[in-house]
Design a protein around this ligand. Structure first.
Ligand SMILES: *[C@@H]1O[C@H](CO)[C@@H](O)[C@H](O)[C@H]1NC(C)=O
Ligand SMILES: *[C@@H]1O[C@H](CO)[C@@H](O)[C@H](O)[C@H]1NC(C)=O
Ligand SMILES: *[C@@H]1O[C@H](CO)[C@@H](O)[C@H](O)[C@H]1NC(C)=O
Ligand SMILES: *[C@@H]1O[C@H](CO)[C@@H](O)[C@H](O)[C@H]1NC(C)=O
Ligand SMILES: *[C@@H]1O[C@H](CO)[C@@H](O)[C@H](O)[C@H]1NC(C)=O
Ligand SMILES: *[C@@H]1O[C@H](CO)[C@@H](O)[C@H](O)[C@H]1NC(C)=O
Ligand SMILES: *[C@@H]1O[C@H](CO)[C@@H](O)[C@H](O)[C@H]1NC(C)=O
Ligand SMILES: *[C@@H]1O[C@H](CO)[C@@H](O)[C@H](O)[C@H]1NC(C)=O
Ligand SMILES: *[C@@H]1O[C@H](CO)[C@@H](O)[C@H](O)[C@H]1NC(C)=O
Ligand SMILES: *[C@@H]1O[C@H](CO)[C@@H](O)[C@H](O)[C@H]1NC(C)=O
Length: 672
């Protein structure tokens, strides 16, 4: 009883403090809340053309800000293209104020640069020297998060996954030109509600909007894993979730109001939406002390209440799973006759190639669906049941950057795996052929590298199985019709009981150059050996050269040492495939080389995880550590002059502002 009263008093105190702080925060709230901006230098390096550009830019900005009639408008003035987008629920007055403020603010923050994007809570503004209307841009991207953790991570992730997708679907539903905005709120634990928002610029098609938001959602585990609030901001779309209503809810919408919830849930401590800092610091500090206490009490109750419920739920889940698996095996099964018909009896004409674990054939099913069939070599030591179980597990791995396993066939001697057919062959087919290299311009190569990174991240951390690929190489990176990368042959190590090296001697030769030293010499593999192979892939993709061919030809050094040497000399761009000419972004290339070198460091501990790597690619505000010498580096050259790496000092050297400095820390909003 005594304890209970004490709690009540505490909570009353807590509520009144909150009211005070809420009042304080609402004072002087006329300026929009700045979040982040990115300026890019154009090489408008001609003082006369530059001044024309800037005056056109100025008229564009005043045209945009003087004519805010809806939540979006695009416009262009003499080769300068721009748009603004207000958050879908912001009223016309607030939208107008935000755009006007942004138009002023952005030229102060980017005084010389010709390309910029700036984000506020209420609106965003973007301009460039090239027309970007109707096209998706997911770079540059920014993460913002509330660094406090949620209490029930598993339940939270499930809920976020579902509700954010619903918000995204709603946003993507709008026709081109129409508003693309969706929100969803849902009960989290009876005390807290989760609020989600997704929005695209209306110039995108539904599909593009969906693609953009899907990518943003895929970034959530990277940026804001089980954090109390998070956002992913791209130029073309953005998502955000919080445990308090941060958008104006449509009262006429169908979602029921929160049941018996405490009045106006407060923004949590360190919330990303906190406004300017100075005058409120003291009240925020008080809140920061009080809130954890209250949260602790809540947590206690929640844990207590939900413990039994969860236990029950788990049992149900297990039952369901078993039921599913039985039906799944059947749905994944293909008849041998079907496959033989589809592949023309495994005819030589249909043969696509020969991978490490067997030959691959193209096939066409009756419904005209194209497939790729891998005819496994007979070495597999697995029994039929184990094989089937593996297939069921692997079929569950679904990601845009993985080749999809459709099913299997197990009859007599034959063990077949049926995959989706990926039309554009594999990365090595383009990369090492002088006639085809040109097809891979920089934006495609950059996209390929990013896709591989996301695919491996999924295998390592986000998939239900947590798979180490062990055989990443250019020929295992397939390319779809849009030149998106799709990793193949994942999970094969599981299917072929452990000792892969005996499976096929070609494989070992073919993989030479990709294997990390600890794997090649001691057979030790870990996620960090995949990271090593990925680093080799990056450097190969950038240079258009095979790492292994360096060994074979008369070069004194391998690709890694060569890349390292150029890096040390401060001329990393010399590594670039000459076929790329001038069609590349210098800062992107340098960043990729930097990440590549971090991946191939000798000590596995020094190599970043895939999660960090994806972060490094996605956020220019992440500063990369200085790479150590790559493995296999020829040590006699270690007395080369060491130069300061300009990109290590601060990413602002690449034209991007620097916010957070820690290797793995992510941009958090600082009051400016
Ligand atoms: C825009 O500026 C970039 C960087 O200077 C330049 O490479 C590009 O050609 C320009 N685009 C147009 C359409 O002028
Ligand atoms: C202008 O171009 C020259 C050479 O092309 C270069 O050295 C100089 O740094 C450039 N100036 C600016 C402001 O970009
Ligand atoms: C620089 O400006 C001058 C005068 O406007 C023009 O003749 C010249 O072509 C411009 N150079 C470039 C590289 O744009
Ligand atoms: C304002 O924007 C509308 C479309 O959004 C356009 O039709 C109109 O011409 C614009 N007016 C001015 C003065 O730019
Ligand atoms: C706005 O973008 C659309 C494409 O989405 C384009 O057709 C239209 O011309 C643009 N409007 C202006 C004023 O540039
Ligand atoms: C528009 O929104 C702002 C901020 O949310 C609010 O202060 C203002 O009263 C609103 N104006 C109208 C006309 O609803
Ligand atoms: C959140 O949880 C992670 C581990 O899951 C921990 O490392 C981190 O310190 C926690 N953050 C806060 C603010 O409690
Ligand atoms: C998110 O939902 C999709 C289905 O919509 C599911 O395949 C995926 O595993 C879920 N991810 C998480 C992390 O729960
Ligand atoms: C709010 O709901 C009404 C009716 O359901 C709808 O017409 C309106 O577009 C909605 N507004 C927003 C901002 O979703
Ligand atoms: C961008 O260009 C301006 C001059 O045009 C120059 O002063 C500035 O240093 C450049 N920034 C970077 C990062 O190259």
């Amino acid at each position: 009883m005594v304890c209970f009263n004490f709690l009540m008093i505490r909570n009353l105190l807590f509520l009144s403090l909150l009211l005070i702080s809420v009042c304080l925060i609402n004072v002087g709230n006329s300026n929009p809340t700045y979040l982040y901006h990115v300026c890019t230098n154009t090489t408008i390096n001609n003082s006369s053309t530059n001044s024309v550009y800037r005056s056109n830019l100025n008229s564009l900005l005043s045209s945009l800000s003087s004519n805010v009639t809806g939540e979006f408008r695009n416009a262009s003035v003499g080769g300068v293209y721009g748009l603004f987008l207000c958050r879908g629920d912001v009223n016309a007055t607030a939208c107008r104020e935000c755009v006007a403020f942004a138009a002023n603010d952005v030229v102060k923050r980017c005084p010389t640069e010709g390309i910029a994007v700036i984000w506020y809570d209420e609106c965003q503004l973007r301009y460039s020297n090239r027309s970007f209307f109707g096209t998706v841009a997911t770079r540059p991207g920014v993460y913002l998060l509330n660094s406090a953790n949620v209490t029930d991570k598993e339940r939270f992730k499930e809920l976020l996954n579902v509700t954010m997708k619903e918000a995204a679907t709603e946003a993507a539903r709008g026709e081109p030109g129409e508003k693309k905005f969706g929100t969803r709120d849902a009960d989290f634990n009876g005390f807290q509600r989760l609020y989600n928002l997704a929005q695209c610029t209306p110039d995108l098609s539904s599909q593009d909007c969906d693609g953009c938001l899907t990518e943003a959602i895929e970034n959530l585990p990277v940026c804001c894993d089980a954090k109390l609030g998070g956002r992913v901001l791209f130029p073309s779309c953005n998502i955000r979730y919080e445990f308090y209503p941060f958008y104006t809810q449509n009262t006429s919408s169908s979602s029921p109001p929160p049941t018996a919830s405490p009045p106006a849930l407060p923004p949590p401590p360190g919330s990303v939406t906190r406004k300017e800092g100075k005058s409120k610091t003291s009240s925020l500090t008080i809140v920061a002390i009080v809130v954890p206490i209250a949260v602790g009490v809540m947590l206690f109750i929640i844990v207590f209440c939900f413990l039994r419920k969860r236990a029950k739920k788990k049992n149900n889940a297990v039952d369901q799973k078993n039921g599913n698996d039985i039906s799944t095996i059947e749905s994944l099964k293909f008849d041998l006759a079907t496959i033989e018909a589809a592949t023309n009896n495994f005819s030589a004409d249909n043969k696509l190639g020969e991978g490490g674990f067997g030959e691959v054939y193209k096939g066409m099913l009756h419904n005209e669906k194209e497939i790729a069939v891998k005819r496994l070599s007979k070495y597999s030591g697995q029994g039929a049941e184990e094989f089937k179980n593996e297939v069921v597990l692997l079929a569950k791995l679904q990601h845009r950057n993985l080749v999809r396993l459709l099913g299997f066939c197990l009859e007599g001697e034959e063990k077949l795996l049926v995959y989706e057919f990926v039309p554009n062959k594999s990365l090595d087919y383009f990369l090492y052929d002088p006639d085809k290299q040109e097809k891979l311009d920089w934006s495609i190569r950059h996209k390929i590298i990013g896709g591989i990174a996301r695919g491996i991240l999924y295998l390592h951390e986000d998939s239900p199985l947590r798979i180490i690929h062990r055989d990443l190489k250019a020929s295992n990176i397939l390319l779809d019709a849009d030149m998106n990368s799709k990793i193949s042959d994942f999970g094969m190590a599981r299917m072929f009981a452990v000792d892969q090296t005996r499976g096929n001697t070609n494989r070992v030769v073919g993989t030479y150059g990709y294997m990390s030293p600890e794997y090649a010499m001691h057979g030790q593999f870990s996620i960090k050996s995949d990271v090593y192979s990925f680093g080799v892939l990056i450097l190969e993709t950038i240079s258009g050269k095979k790492n292994s061919s360096f060994y074979e030809s008369g070069y004194a050094e391998d690709l890694l040492s060569y890349a390292w040497k150029l890096w040390k000399e401060g001329t990393p761009l010399k590594l670039l495939d000459p076929k790329l000419m001038n069609s590349y972004s210098e800062s992107e290339v340098v960043r990729c080389i930097h990440v590549g070198l971090l991946c191939v460091q000798e000590d596995p501990e020094d190599r970043p995880t895939m999660k960090t790597i994806v972060l490094m690619f996605n956020s220019y505000s992440v500063t990369l550590p200085v790479p150590e010498k790559p493995a296999f580096y020829n040590r006699t050259e270690s007395d080369m002059p060491t130069m300061e790496m300009k990109f290590d000092q601060s990413t602002s050297a690449a034209g991007y502002p620097l916010l957070s400095v820690n290797e793995v820390s992510i941009t958090e909003l600082y009051p400016r």
